[in-house]
Write a protein that binds this ligand. Structure first.
Ligand SMILES: Nc1ncnc2c1ncn2[C@@H]1O[C@H](COP(=O)(O)OP(=O)(O)OP(=O)(O)O)[C@@H](O)[C@H]1O
Length: 267
């Protein structure tokens, strides 16, 4: 059953003299606990979809449902993780994590215990009293993950959360995030430019076209890959097959020599 549905969603950005059609007739559904990746060229509207889901602005037309209710009515608890961690440098790690709950007047010992538990789950026990400046980029993103999960969001929006990290840290963090999202059965939308990351982490990949943003094609990730943690999924033979197909879809309008690598596969 669908938990999140976008039905013929379009969005226009207006400026003084003109407008940009960022999304045109976007329709897709996401089941509870499903992990969807949005891939596509710069400007195809991936972040616009996340902003609409986060309630940052209303879409121009179409319908968005969460749990069979219109988005504005459903008011889901949204967790948003971005490329930058936006930790407050003058606050200790634990204060950064508990800021969201505090804003909702939650000062409970349960939430504080949960913060400690989550910090343990991301391998950061013992740094609760530290300041962000003493942490590496990967550690900071792990703190950002804890800060996102502490409010137990219904939907997680991940906007290129690994793209500022070095490659090894990114691979490790992909596994960690995947583990926690599986553990807590979170419904997630990941925006990425990394085909490998999309295949390794998600259940389904939505490839978009730009000008205006439309859905070009949707790829199901084979079960054998979905059952593996992202790092191990990359070793599977079906990973490369899917990579080539997604690459071909992304580059179908280009004339470069790398286009068409999947044309010899027919699975
Ligand atoms: N605030 C805004 N005002 C006007 N136009 C905007 C605004 N935000 C985005 N756009 C335009 O809407 C389109 C979609 O932008 P969006 O940021 O959603 O794309 P994206 O796929 O996330 O891009 P990227 O991969 O570069 O982050 C682009 O043409 C962009 O220029």
């Amino acid at each position: 059953m669908s938990f999140l549905t976008l039905d013929q969603v379009s969005h226009l950005y207006f400026s003084k003299k003109t407008y940009t059609k960022a999304l045109d007739n976007i329709s897709f559904s996401v089941k509870k606990g499903e992990f969807i990746a949005l891939l596509g060229p710069s400007g195809c509207g991936k972040s616009t979809i996340l902003s609409i889901m986060a309630g940052i602005f209303n879409h121009t037309s179409g319908r968005v449902y969460v749990n069979n209710q219109p988005l504005q009515q459903a008011q889901p608890n949204i967790g948003y993780m971005l490329q930058q961690d936006y930790l407050f440098p003058w606050k200790r790690i634990i204060e950064n994590i508990l800021l969201g709950p505090k804003l909702h007047h939650d000062h409970s010992s349960e939430t504080q215990n949960r913060a400690a538990e989550l910090l343990g789950q991301v391998g950061l026990s013992g740094i609760a009293g530290d300041y962000p400046e003493s942490l590496s980029g990967g550690m900071r993103q792990r703190v950002a993950l804890v800060r996102t999960l502490i409010t137990n969001p219904d939907i997680l929006l991940l906007d290129e959360p690994f793209s500022a990290l070095d490659y090894q840290t990114k691979l490790r963090l992909e596994d960690l995030v995947w583990d926690l999202l599986q553990l807590y059965n979170k419904t997630s939308l990941l925006v990425t430019h990394d085909i490998g990351e999309a295949i390794a982490m998600s259940d389904r990949i939505i490839v978009m076209d730009s000008n205006p943003g439309t859905i070009a094609k949707t790829f199901e990730v084979p079960l054998e890959l979905r059952n593996e943690r992202p790092f191990m999924a990359r070793r599977h033979s079906k990973y490369q097959l899917l990579f080539d197909k997604v690459w071909d879809e992304l580059t179908k309008n280009e004339n470069g020599s790398q286009q068409g690598v999947a044309s010899s596969y027919d699975t």
